[in-house]
Design a protein around this ligand. Structure first.
Ligand code: ATP
Ligand code: MG
Length: 429
């Protein structure tokens, strides 16, 4: 196939073999969020470029080098969303739904776009499920977000494989004071910093803490600590969060170097990380952004949220062998019909069965091939039972009912009794 007719690098098809696991994951998260009282919001995939520059920050990896930005036919600069928070803040402001201190607990799901180097767990189109909470400023809501993800890991069976890292970035003022101290410290040791860190020192010094370069890491050992610059309010907030996590029995580590790649965070930041995915170890990340709404032109409105990467979590479920067994079977009953008259009967019979058993997964293979080949397909489908409808069965208004997984002999079931019979032998999920 010529390259221009192939999918774009880093943008993946999710094939039918994979979608059951995706839907299981998405369904589990959606149910959990519903149960905690979060309501879904859906934003467009494209926004004005300015929105992301203003919210994420001009001097961040995302805005500097990862965005898919283009001019539309009106000459407006548009960008495929690299994350969900900016658009969510825009939406709540535009519709006035956080005005007057109204609490909003929202979640979203969908594709995000970043021009990164594609590799395992890192793609150019990827998918996130995220939460955003507005107008709650206490540590209790930070804790709730963490508690509900902890419950999710429990339901998915991956608790042992993830670790929670926490930090507090303090208020904007505290961070500014810290930034000055850090810049002074690092500027005196410029020649020991890697190139990237030298550049970041000028543009976004806190990101130097994020470095993977061992020499720079060595310099950082004696650098001023953000924790020592925390304002009292942020310190109390952080202690409040930790006390709640202790009470809930959720283990965490305080990682003072955790700064996150987006400018809008304040106070709490956290990441759930795993060592099961190689270099792409962060599966869920978030934090508090009390200044963001105001920065985007709204009234001061506290906010906190997180986003999890669906691809990475799906990879994890596979790597840890946590794909539920039930997902391997997508068909309960497979109906094989032979001959024109039987095919007609098969359609109306199966519709009658569906009327009575709306959750039954029934597949018809009318009119395709010999008895033997249809039977092979029935078996391959994973179905528990095959129904056989040929001329003889038609004449007697019955179907042959054949267990495919070794649970007994073939028998004849009258059409009128079929739904009731299936109801007793197919356990429906
Ligand atoms: P990383 O440090 O791995 O680049 P990030 O800090 O850029 O992550 P966020 O912007 O916080 O990531 O996004 C939240 C989550 O979305 C990440 O923890 C990850 O699970 C997922 N994610 C981010 N970028 C990608 C990507 N390019 N491909 C797949 N998943 C991603
Ligand atoms: Mg990134």
């Amino acid at each position: 196939m010529s390259k221009s007719l192939q999918a774009i690098r880093g943008m993946n098809d999710i094939l039918p073999e994979q979608t059951p696991l995706w839907r299981y994951f998405e369904g589990t998260v959606a149910r959990l969020l519903d149960n905690y009282g979060y309501r879904q919001i859906r934003m467009p995939i494209v926004e004005f470029t300015e929105l992301f520059k203003r919210s994420i920050g001009e001097v961040t990896d995302i805005v500097e080098k990862e965005m898919y930005t283009f001019d539309d036919r009106n000459g407006d600069s548009l960008t495929l969303r690299p994350e969900g928070t900016a658009a969510c803040v825009r939406a709540v402001l535009e519709h006035g739904i956080t005005g007057g201190g109204q609490v909003q607990k929202l979640w979203y799901i969908g594709p995000m776009f970043r021009h990164e180097r594609p590799q395992k767990g890192r793609y150019r189109q990827f998918h996130q499920i995220g939460c955003e909470v507005f107008n709650l400023d206490g540590p209790d809501i930070d804790a709730e977000l963490i508690v509900l993800t902890w419950r999710l890991w429990g339901e998915l069976g991956i608790r042992d494989a993830v670790k929670l890292e926490l930090n507090s970035l303090g208020t904007a003022e505290a961070r500014a004071r810290y930034r000055d101290a850090l810049v002074e410290f690092l500027s005196a040791r410029l020649e020991h910093l890697d190139e990237d860190s030298q550049r970041r020192l000028k543009t976004n010094p806190l990101r130097v803490l994020d470095t993977k370069n061992p020499d720079t890491q060595a310099v950082l050992v004696d650098a001023p600590k953000l924790a020592d610059y925390l304002d009292e309010e942020s310190r109390v907030h952080f202690e409040g969060l930790k006390a709640r996590l202790d009470a809930a029995g959720i283990p965490y580590v305080n990682n003072p170097k955790l700064v996150r790649g987006l400018d809008y965070y304040s106070k709490t930041v956290f990441e759930w990380v795993t060592d099961k995915l190689g270099a792409q170890g962060t599966v869920c990340a978030g934090g508090r952004y009390d200044g963001l709404v105001e920065q985007m032109g709204g009234k001061p409105t506290p906010g906190v949220g997180f986003a999890m990467g669906i691809e990475r979590l799906v990879l994890m479920l596979e790597a840890l062998d946590k794909v539920p067994q039930a997902l391997s079977r997508q068909v309960d009953v497979y109906l094989c019909a032979f001959g024109e008259a039987a095919e007609l009967a098969a359609l109306s019979l199966s519709e009658r069965v569906r009327d009575q058993l709306p959750n039954l997964r029934l597949q018809i293979n009318a009119g395709a091939g010999s008895f033997k080949s249809q039977f092979k397909k029935a078996d391959k489908s994973g179905a528990l039972y095959a129904l056989i409808l040929g001329d003889d069965e038609l004449a007697q208004q019955v179907v042959g009912f054949k267990p495919l997984r070794g649970q007994g002999e073939q028998q004849s079931i009258a059409w009128d009794a079929l739904a009731a019979h299936l109801a007793t032998c197919v356990v429906q999920g």
